[in-house]
Write a protein that binds this ligand. Structure first.
Ligand SMILES: Cc1ncc(COP(=O)(O)O)c(C=O)c1O
Ligand SMILES: [Zn+2]
Length: 377
């Protein structure tokens, strides 16, 4: 069985594995899981039913593993769109076919498994909606009490979904940042575990399975370019970590480029990638609520993924997102939430700018389901 330590993503200092430790004690940066001893990355937990290569995961026993059947999402060729965008091959990985309707279930499954292994009985999470619904569902399955903080203005369907799984819901007036602050204060007052999907190193270990699955679906021929919407970057960073592990295990000979799409109203990563100053305009908003993250704690890690993979970060406006939300449904029969449609607005720009590799094979992660968040017509 692998042993894990938590390692600072910036100053590299090691910390003992503990759900309560969400930042480096020396510099405050977010932490990552590292596998040490007993074969390190080559060992790892094999989720029941998984037939691909060993996945290093910080879960030790099948009893602790909290699963609702996440992963195994289909890859669908978008033949109608690929022609109009001038691509040889365009593939959608339908992440909204995870149990609660978004990719978040990959991360939540592992984060809640670690919580169960560490004997945690009650957790606090804050979310724009999808992660909250996911944590609420997996907490129900694990028998852990969950408090979910979400903006009062979050889509009604998402708030309803959080409630139905039984979490105590705290709707906070104000911004996404106000919601996070309220959750942190609540934890501090009551001495509870803050299971923040943005900060928890265990959440990213779960999103890694996106990369392992692509390897299982495409072998060494995974698409050369992958596009996704990025807010805090949990899928972006997790996917890259998974591909990097596969590369170190000599299973992948080449790595894909990972491209990050943001909304022009909230574009800290796209601005940092371009090397320009960015500050959120007071009152500015986007219909892509899942990526409305003004100050992502793992921004530096996202920049490193862009640099190492050779990917591009760009921002698209709400008109383009709205347009693609409809077009994706009309042309390919895929009903995604606006946050996910943003990736297609980015895809169109990247294709027009000739940014994709010569093989012309591109995959888009369709991260959340349309029924969760229908934009106003
Ligand atoms: C549907 C959807 N896509 C993408 C994202 C962005 O994920 P991350 O913040 O981990 O980059 C979110 C986050 O809430 C989401 O709900
Ligand atoms: Zn540090």
């Amino acid at each position: 069985m692998p042993h894990t330590m938590l390692r600072c993503s910036e100053c590299q200092i090691y910390h003992m594995p503990d759900m309560k430790t969400l930042g480096c004690e020396s510099c405050g940066a977010p932490l990552d899981v590292e596998y040490i001893g007993d074969g390190g990355e080559q060992s790892g937990f094999r989720p029941p039913g998984w037939t691909g290569p060993n996945i290093p995961l910080p879960v030790h026993t099948s009893d602790a593993f909290v699963t609702l059947g996440e992963g195994g999402t289909p890859c669908v060729p978008l033949t109608n769109l690929s022609k109009s965008l001038g691509l040889t091959d365009l593939i959608a990985k339908l992440e909204f076919m995870n149990p609660t309707g978004s990719f978040k279930d990959r991360g939540t499954s592992i984060m809640m498994s670690v919580a169960r292994e560490q004997g945690v009985r009650e957790i606090v999470e804050d979310s724009s909606g999808n992660a909250g619904a996911s944590v609420s569902a997996y907490a129900a399955k694990a028998g852990i009490k969950a408090h979910i903080f979400a903006p009062a203005a979050a889509p009604a369907a998402k708030l309803q979904q959080i409630k139905v799984y039984g979490a105590q819901t705290h709707a906070i007036e104000g911004s996404r940042e106000d919601t996070a602050r309220a959750a942190v204060d609540y934890c501090a007052e009551r001495g509870l575990v803050y299971a923040s999907h943005n900060l928890s190193p265990y959440f990213i270990e779960g999103t890694k399975t996106f990369a392992y699955e692509l390897f299982q679906q495409f072998g060494d021929g995974i698409p050369g370019d992958i596009v996704m919407p990025v807010g805090n970057g949990s899928l972006f960073i997790g996917a890259w970590k998974g591909f990097s592990e596969l590369r170190r295990a000599d299973l992948l000979t080449s790595m894909p480029r990972l491209h990050a799409v943001q909304a022009s109203a909230v574009m800290p990563l796209a601005a940092a990638y371009e090397g320009v100053e960015w500050k959120r305009e007071p009152g500015s908003s986007t219909i892509a609520g899942g990526i409305s993250v003004g100050d992502p704690p793992r921004l530096k890690q996202c920049l490193r993924v862009l640099q190492e993979s050779g990917g591009v970060a760009l921002a698209v406006d709400d008109d383009a997102i709205r347009d693609w939300h409809r077009r994706l449904a009309e042309v390919e029969g895929i009903y995604a939430e606006p946050t996910s449609a943003a990736a297609f607005a980015g895809l169109e720009r990247l294709a027009a700018e000739g940014r994709f590799g010569k093989d012309g094979s591109v995959l888009v992660a369709v991260t959340g389901f349309g029924l969760k968040d229908a934009p106003p017509a």
